[in-house]
Write a protein that binds this ligand. Structure first.
Ligand code: NOJ
Ligand code: CA
Length: 699
């Protein structure tokens, strides 16, 4: 790691408004000042155009004087950082971390308390955090509100989801800021948990586009021992205010000095590709706390999963509630249980035959008769298998075939119960050699009624990753709070869902075709997503003629998602028998890499399209994914990312001429051509379509 820290003033001056600090290339500048009442405030400009107007900062304390007024400036210190680091797994092998920083040391006269505000200015955005130093008259304290404002100047277009404290599993709305109103949303879209207190509250990351075409993203990084930040929008003034997710009794955070808030981030560029390509969120997190990371490995997996979502099989062994109803109280098999030893062996055979790393099995453990709707505290113990799932036999079989098993822990939101069982559950995984666990938090948090996004739960998710690291286990959490770059610090936190995944297409109105073009601008900025792509049987009426649900993409777009939605953990989510039917298209999923040396976002527009090319880690092989929304799209790409002077065989998986996500989603074509870095290729994406390409060097 190269690191230069200079202790003198860089790009720092006094503007007419306050003290100014600029980004390394001077594109972005931030000014800070104290108002006449000693209130801290900042503003932000991009290429000399004001983006954030004077915005106040501060923290309110429960039963205490707020840290938001009456300050004087004691000192300021600037540093410049230009370093690089290597993520264990990632979109690129090396990440540059280049910024100018200034810390303002403030003293509140009335209380004699200290508060520091730290700004980091990158070329792609601004970050700031509250830092509360150790001091004799502020030790333990309760945050009752954070008064951070993002006072925007224009009625930007916004890609937003409602500020639900319990779930991010929503389709995005694309409206102007002035039109945000949760009370007008159709909530009949498959969401089980709704905790939306205000019509004008949205979640971060919030992706915006100004009327003149400047892209702005408001988010946060390094959410550790703090609640998630949602945003309260003033739809008339375009002022956004931080809204910290409360606990069951309305408190926001319990802290002890010295401590710091997460970073509040504002990314800005006139080129949307800078936003999706930014590594600012990861950079703002602490380096890895795991020293030996050799056991952290990328994985492609299949699993006993989609068959439950489409209703072919069940998680439970006996059929819901059958256990209580049976006269003798014994579980009677319903005949539809998915996680049987025999079915698991079938998936292991399939995984081994096609070169996958792992197999996930859901519904292997006792408790599923009771998990949904009853919301009991002690449903699962994460150790007791159902009678038809033989842990030893399954794991011996997998080992013999070179396949790793992925454990499943659905907590049904019963988090105290999960923590009580966690060590024994991890010991069981170690005993059988499971390298990874998929966890889940469906439903309200039991027993105390916390929110999924509150401080207690944030600490829980982070704790599980830490404890898993002690056992050398990787974690993929579903229904957790959305990541904010913590996978830099705990790289075994390999993926999370924490957004509306492909599963919604199986049993709800689904994800509209633009959904996956927004995720890279929002959810993915904080870390990899377990979206579970690769559904080939697009329409659910193949399983039951009465079903109207469908995946809202073409088959070719499902392939492209392996490249456009970055994750070092990727599922081939459809049924083995469906892949056997389209074995030529399946080849792309078999070939595609999940860990990369380089990534180039070639084209990007939130809500419309994303095209990215990535180089496989340690190999001169490239993969390209291009997706579009509900509109068809033609484009010409230069292949100048390829190594000059080399010839490649490009295998192109594209939409058929008559393809359409709704009318004809399974129409695809595969062709092979020879290309070099001088070549250009034409892409033709159908409505809701995509193109996936592999580039393999010709020897
Ligand atoms: C919701 C998760 O997102 C899904 O992947 C899982 O199958 C179910 N919960 C059951 O745990
Ligand atoms: Ca989910």
């Amino acid at each position: 790691m190269k690191k230069f820290i200079l202790g003198f003033i860089v790009c720092f001056g006094i503007s007419s408004w306050g003290q100014e600090i600029q980004s390394p290339s001077k594109k972005i500048s931030v000014s800070f000042s104290l108002t006449s009442e000693g209130k801290p405030a900042y503003q932000v400009s991009y290429l000399n155009q004001k983006i954030v107007e004077e915005s106040e900062l501060g923290i309110a304390l429960k039963n205490n004087v707020a840290l938001d007024h009456g300050f004087s400036l004691i000192d300021r210190v600037t540093t410049t950082v230009n370093e690089s680091w290597q993520p264990v797994l990632g979109e690129q092998a090396t990440i540059q971390n280049v910024y100018n920083q200034i810390t303002y040391y403030l003293l509140q006269k009335e209380t004699n308390r200290k508060l520091n505000i730290i700004f980091r200015v990158y070329d792609e955005g601004v970050a700031f955090r509250y830092d509360i130093p150790k001091q004799s008259n502020l030790n333990y304290f309760v945050v009752s509100d954070e008064k951070t404002h993002f006072n925007l100047l224009e009625n930007h277009k916004a890609f937003w989801i409602p500020g639900d404290y319990d779930s991010q599993e929503y389709a995005y709305n694309e409206t102007n800021l002035s039109e945000i109103d949760n009370s007008k949303l159709d909530m009949n879209n498959g969401i089980g948990v709704k905790s939306i207190a205000s019509p004008y509250r949205v979640q971060s990351p919030l992706m915006l586009k100004s009327p003149s075409g400047i892209y702005i993203n408001i988010f946060e990084a390094a959410v550790v021992n703090y609640p998630v930040m949602h945003l309260d929008v003033d739809p008339k003034k375009f002022d956004l205010k931080s809204d910290l997710v409360p606990n069951a009794i309305g408190d926001k955070a319990y802290l002890q000095a010295p401590c710091a808030s997460p970073w509040r981030t504002i990314m800005i560029s006139n080129d949307a590709r800078d936003i999706v390509g930014s590594k600012m969120i990861l950079n703002l997190n602490e380096p890895s706390k795991i020293t030996d990371t050799s056991w952290i490995k990328p994985m492609k997996y299949v699993g006993i999963w989609w068959e439950m979502h489409i209703g072919k099989a069940t998680w439970d062994y006996a059929g819901s509630q059958n256990a209580q109803n049976a006269a003798d109280g014994q579980l009677k098999p319903s005949g539809k249980h998915g996680a049987t030893t025999a079915n698991t062996k079938r998936y292991i055979d399939f995984a081994a035959k096609h070169g996958f790393d792992g197999v996930l099995v859901e519904g292997w453990n006792a408790g599923w008769e009771d998990w949904f709707g009853n919301w009991k505290e002690n449903v699962f113990d994460f150790s007791t298998p159902y009678p038809d799932f033989n842990l030893k036999e399954v794991n011996d079989y997998a080992k013999a075939k070179g396949i790793k098993m992925i454990m499943h822990h659905e907590t049904s939101g019963s988090v105290a119960n999960y923590e009580r069982h966690l060590d024994r559950a991890f010991e069981l995984m170690q005993q059988y050699g499971y390298p990874a666990v998929k966890s889940g938090y469906v439903g309200k948090i039991i027993p105390r009624g916390e929110y999924h996004d509150g401080q207690t739960m944030v600490n829980h998710y982070n704790f599980v990753a830490q404890r898993a690291a002690d056992y050398k286990l990787m974690v993929n959490s579903h229904e957790s709070s959305r990541p904010t770059g913590y996978s830099r610090t705990y790289p075994n936190y390999i993926a999370a869902e924490a957004a509306r995944g492909n599963e919604f297409n199986a049993w709800s109105v689904g994800n509209p075709p633009m959904h996956e073009t927004i995720l890279p601008f929002t959810r993915l900025l904080g870390g990899p997503m377990d979206y579970t792509p690769g559904i080939f049987e697009i329409k659910m009426n193949i399983y039951d003629p009465a079903k109207k649900e469908q995946v809202h993409t073409t088959l070719a777009k499902q392939l492209a998602l392996y490249v456009t939605l970055y994750s070092p953990l990727q599922m081939a989510a459809d049924l083995p028998e469906n892949y056997e039917k389209y074995i030529d298209a399946f080849q792309f999923i078999k070939d595609v890499a999940v860990d990369w040396d380089q990534s180039y976002y070639l084209e990007a527009e939130p809500g419309d399209y994303v095209t990215v090319a990535r180089k496989t880690k340690g190999k001169d092989e490239w993969f390209l994914g291009a997706i579009t929304d509900e509109n068809p799209r033609k484009t010409v790409l230069k292949l100048n990312f390829l190594t000059p002077g080399k010839k490649y065989k490009a295998t192109i998986y594209e939409d058929g001429k008559d393809a359409h996500w709704e009318k004809n989603p399974k129409s695809y074509a595969i062709k092979t051509i020879q290309v070099t870095s001088e070549s250009k290729i034409k892409l033709n994406l159908a409505n809701g379509g995509g193109t996936a390409i592999s580039f393999i060097p010709i020897k």
